[in-house]
Write a protein that binds this ligand. Structure first.
Ligand code: AMP
Length: 176
C-alpha cells in the first residue's frame, strides 16, 4: 500500500449533502487497516519534530485520525465539539457557513497555558471550522502550533487563510 493507492480509496460523492458539493468520503480508507495505518504514520511524521503537546480534533471526522495521531505522538486528545455536546463548562466560537452559522466548543479546562496544540480535521475547505477551533485554543491559553488535514481542497484557499491568521504551518496529505 502506498500513498497513491490510499488516495485512490477516497470516494467522490456528488451533490452530498446538497446540490453542487462533491463530498470526499473517507469511509473506504477506514475500512482498510493497511490504508489507515499508513495514513496515521504519514500524518504523525509531518509533526513528529514540532514539540506537539496535544492534538485538538474536530467533531466528527476529525476524531478518527486525530485520536490516532494523539496516540502516535503520545499526547492528550482534546475534542472540539459541536454546540451543546460537551457536558462541563465550555467556551464557544461561532463561524459563518455559506448559509447561516455554526458553533464549536471546548471544555474550559482542556488546554494548559502555553500548551503547543496541533489542530486536526479530515478535510480543509474554506478553513472556517479549523479557524474557529484555533480561536478557541488561543482563548484557552494554548499555542496553535500547526494544522493537520487528511484532505485539502486547494481551490478554496483555506490553507492561505489559516496560515495568515495563525502564522502556523498547514499540512495535508491529499490535495485536490
Ligand atoms: P471548512 O470550514 O469550509 O474548511 O469546511 C471543513 C469542514 O466541513 C470539515 O469538518 C469537513 O469535514 C467538512 N467538509 C467541507 N467540505 C467537504 C467535502 N467536500 N467533503 C467532505 N467534507 C467536507
Amino acid at each position: 500500500m502506498n500513498l497513491e493507492e490510499v488516495k485512490s480509496l477516497i470516494r467522490d460523492v456528488k451533490d452530498f449533502p446538497k446540490a453542487g458539493i462533491v463530498f470526499k468520503d473517507i469511509t473506504p480508507i477506514l475500512a482498510n487497516a493497511k490504508a489507515r495505518k499508513l495514513l496515521t504514520t504519514l500524518l504523525t511524521d509531518q509533526y513528529a519534530s514540532h514539540g506537539i503537546e496535544a492534538v485538538a480534533g474536530i467533531e466528527a471526522r476529525g476524531f478518527l485520525f486525530g485520536m490516532a495521531l494523539a496516540d502516535a505522538l503520545n499526547v492528550p486528545f482534546l475534542p472540539v465539539r459541536k454546540a451543546g455536546k460537551l457536558p462541563y463548562k465550555r467556551l464557544s466560537e461561532t463561524y459563518d457557513l455559506e448559509y447561516g452559522t455554526a458553533t464549536v466548543e471546548m471544555h474550559e479546562d482542556a488546554v494548559r497555558n502555553g500548551q503547543k496544540i496541533l489542530i486536526h480535521d479530515d478535510l480543509l475547505a474554506t478553513g472556517g471550522t479549523a479557524a474557529a477551533a484555533g480561536r478557541l485554543v488561543k482563548r484557552l491559553g494554548g499555542e496553535v502550533t500547526g494544522f493537520s488535514f487528511v484532505i485539502s481542497l486547494q481551490f478554496l484557499s483555506g490553507k492561505k487563510n489559516l496560515e495568515q491568521s495563525f502564522g502556523a504551518p498547514v499540512r495535508s496529505l491529499f490535495d485536490f
